[in-house]
Design a protein around this ligand. Structure first.
Ligand SMILES: Nc1ncnc2c1ncn2[C@@H]1O[C@H](COP(=O)(O)OP(=O)(O)O)[C@@H](O)[C@H]1O
Ligand SMILES: [Mg+2]
Length: 316
């Protein structure tokens, strides 16, 4: 097949996407496909028209590629493509929408309050902060609704830190959320679809190096976080994490693959879902390929499976 690999783009995660895309291209070549790499930009529609691919592998992360925009275009152009459809992309890219959907379905996610910039500018939402602080306790996690590699995620330890954290989050999105902090372990469960329906892969734990505990941006730099897979967890906890991830994948309407980020509360043992990523990283240090490997699914087999699903969906 002729496969267009969509990568790059102008999101903040461009560099990761270029690495994901390159790795996907190599796998597709090994699988015997003809690969057309496309660095996504204003000429995307023309380039897709010229390439006339049988299917597109979307290896974009962040705004534009992961939020349903490119998927909508591919639908319009009638090009089969990998992973989730626009509706799931839109829902997952917006943490506020995703958390409401999870809550409505009875799935656990940390308590939160969300505000738009307009609420602050036009409705004096700042006056409501003390009430929120009282309900959530400190530290409070402040994050932009639009997701991406912990960009803009801040911990506010006191009331004095909250306004600054909110302003910082507004530099990434026009909507922010204040979320209850979970003291505990950082888990990720990838879900991979297949002939027998979606399955949850082994749990990955991200173990930060001590000094980086409050610095999320540093945690994502290579070497500052250790990833363990399968995570060392009591079997019942690992099973519950995988069940929750699968349930979240279904509720959010994901397809192909996705990675669900969870927190395990150290004190209570309770698991909560933070978010789902519809196009998780596919680089050689990314978590979905690591988890697939642990389940005995090598990278090429992973890519082949996701591509097959895209073709099968278009034929259905
Ligand atoms: N409520 C929370 N309690 C504790 N840590 C959190 C919380 N929310 C986020 N974090 C930390 O920040 C990281 C990034 O948050 P997440 O919601 O997954 O956003 P994204 O990965 O899209 O930036 C998490 O992996 C976790 O380490
Ligand atoms: Mg995350």
């Amino acid at each position: 097949m002729r496969v267009a690999v969509l990568k790059g783009g102008d999101s903040l995660e461009r560099q990761v996407s270029l690495r994901s895309g390159a790795r996907v291209e190599h796998a597709l070549e090994r699988l015997g496909h003809e690969v057309v790499p496309i660095d996504v930009g204003p000429d995307l529609v023309d380039r897709l028209g010229a390439a006339a691919p049988d299917v597109a592998f979307v290896a974009l992360h962040g705004r534009g590629g992961e939020d349903g925009t490119v998927q909508e275009l591919l639908e319009l152009l009638g090009v089969p493509y990998t992973a989730s459809r626009p509706s799931a992309c839109i829902r997952c890219m917006d943490k506020v929408l995703a958390k409401h959907a999870l809550q409505d379905a009875g799935l656990p996610t940390p308590e939160f309050y969300a505000f738009s910039q307009a609420a602050f500018e036009e409705l004096g939402a700042a006056r409501a902060l003390p009430a929120i602080e009282e309900r959530l306790d400190f530290p409070i996690v402040v994050k932009p609704a639009g997701q991406g590699s912990a960009l803009g995620v801040k911990f506010a330890s006191t009331a004095a830190d909250v306004p600054g954290a909110i302003v910082a989050a507004f530099s990434y999105d026009t909507k922010v959320l204040l979320e209850r902090h979970v003291a505990g372990r950082d888990l990720a469960v990838s879900v991979l679809d297949g002939p027998d329906g979606p399955v949850a892969l082994p749990v990955v734990e991200a173990v930060p190096h001590e000094e980086d505990f409050y610095d999320f941006e540093a945690r994502y730099e290579i070497g500052r976080t250790t990833f363990t897979c399968p995570a060392e967890l009591p079997p019942a906890t690992a099973e519950r994490a995988r069940e929750l991830a699968l349930a979240a994948y279904r509720v959010l309407g994901c397809a192909g693959f996705a990675r669900v980020d969870l927190m395990l509360d150290e004190a209570s043992g309770e698991l909560t879902v933070l978010e789902a990523n519809v196009i998780p990283g596919l680089t050689d240090t990314s978590l979905l390929p690591l988890a697939a490997e642990a389940a005995g699914i090598g990278f090429d087999a992973l890519i082949a499976r996701v591509l097959d699903l895209a073709v099968a969906r278009a034929a259905a």
